[in-house]
Design a protein around this ligand. Structure first.
Ligand SMILES: [Zn+2]
Length: 144
């Protein structure tokens, strides 16, 4: 007789094991439809081995791509500058009176190789987060 265990493959790419003729759903996406039977087995351990082998490449690929995605998201959210970078930029950009100007910030970003946004945008962000205070003479006082 054909095996009583089956390896099923979901449309999402996940392989999983099930008893044959049971009403299975995909453990990854929970879908019951679009499952195809790959192979039948007579023992659950054979099935388990086959499923884990079949899943390895998919699992690694999906883990890598989700890591990459979250890395890219965090890079985008601070636009590539960490708070460390910002401290470095400000301390280099500071003039003798402890203020910074667009051009001193711009030069600091360039010399630190941290020119990941324009200086105007950085000063906007810093103003919003109250790290600098705009002075009337188009410079900013660094508050921290
Ligand atoms: Zn699925």
């Amino acid at each position: 007789m054909a095996g009583t265990w089956v390896m099923l493959r979901c449309q999402c790419g996940r392989n999983f094991g099930s008893r044959s003729n049971s009403n299975s759903k995909c453990p990854r996406c929970n879908k019951k439809t679009s499952l195809s039977t790959i192979k039948s087995f007579s023992s659950s351990s054979e099935l388990r081995d086959a499923v884990s082998k079949a899943n390895v490449p998919d699992e690694i690929i999906s883990e890598l791509s989700s890591r990459l995605e979250s890395y890219e998201k965090s890079e985008r959210s601070n636009e590539g500058l960490t708070s460390d970078d910002i401290q470095k930029i400000l301390s280099l950009a500071k003039l003798p009176d402890d203020s910074v100007t667009l051009s001193s910030v711009n030069e600091a970003m360039i010399s630190l190789n941290l020119k990941k946004m324009n200086a105007e945008r950085l000063m906007e962000l810093l103003e919003t987060s109250s790290m600098v205070l705009r002075n009337p003479n188009s410079s900013w006082s660094v508050l921290q």
